[in-house]
Design a protein around this ligand. Sequence first.
Ligand code: SAM
Length: 242
Amino acid sequence: MIKNLFRISSTPGKTLLWLLLKKDLTGVKGDLGVDLAGGSMLNKCFFKTKRYVSVDINQIKLSEGMEVYPDAIAVNETIQNYLSGTTEKPNLLVCVQTFGTNMFFEHQETVEVIKNMSKTLSFDGSMTFNVGSFGDVDLVELKNKLSPFLKAQFQNVNFRFYGAMHKRVKLPRWKFTEDGIIRVENKTLNKIGVLKKAKHLVRSIFILGLAYTMYLLPPLRTAFGKKKLYLYCFCSGKLKEK
Ligand SMILES: C[S@@+](CC[C@H](N)C(=O)[O-])C[C@H]1O[C@@H](n2cnc3c(N)ncnc32)[C@H](O)[C@@H]1O
């Protein structure tokens, strides 16, 4: 039941991101919403646009998403190629858990991709993204660099910092091969018994509670995760190109 109402991840930091996304995307209507690096479409539940497109380089994830959401559109393409090639003007662009986070993304292209997202949007459109501190990127510096550009492009620009709140380094779940991206087998994920499921549920409720507390009390968002920071940004009211 909670799964239908909230997206809950293994860390409070990531779960806070889903709470922010849910709040910000609720008011964004329109025809087309594009989830850049949208993977298996786990964020589709936050989109209120008529059409939903997930663009990703991982075909397995896209196919898994299509099984759950047959009304979605899957595009097996890089974000960069999609943005430079599309003739559509989306009302909403989202890119989360990819910049400064995902092992397959070309992190040196983050600023350029964010600028291209803004250029691709329709008039009055909205966009949101987050950036992790992969490769020791200085997120305060990045915010200062992006801020003047975004403020010239949108009516409202809202940045927030939050802590990752985990130290664990996750083992890669995907790898590149000659046949494209394939899943790395993880034995512990194969069999989940009743006891483990119950433990998982209790843990999920605890994580959601912690994330919600951080959502309501902004100073707590960075209090525990100073070492590994994330930057979240929501921009709305795209202005006319000058
Ligand atoms: C951690 S997942 C996040 C998926 C989704 N945004 C979400 O929040 O559930 C990162 C995704 O980025 C995709 N990815 C990485 N670099 C990409 C690129 N240059 N173009 C398109 N997809 C990319 C990966 O295949 C992966 O599905």
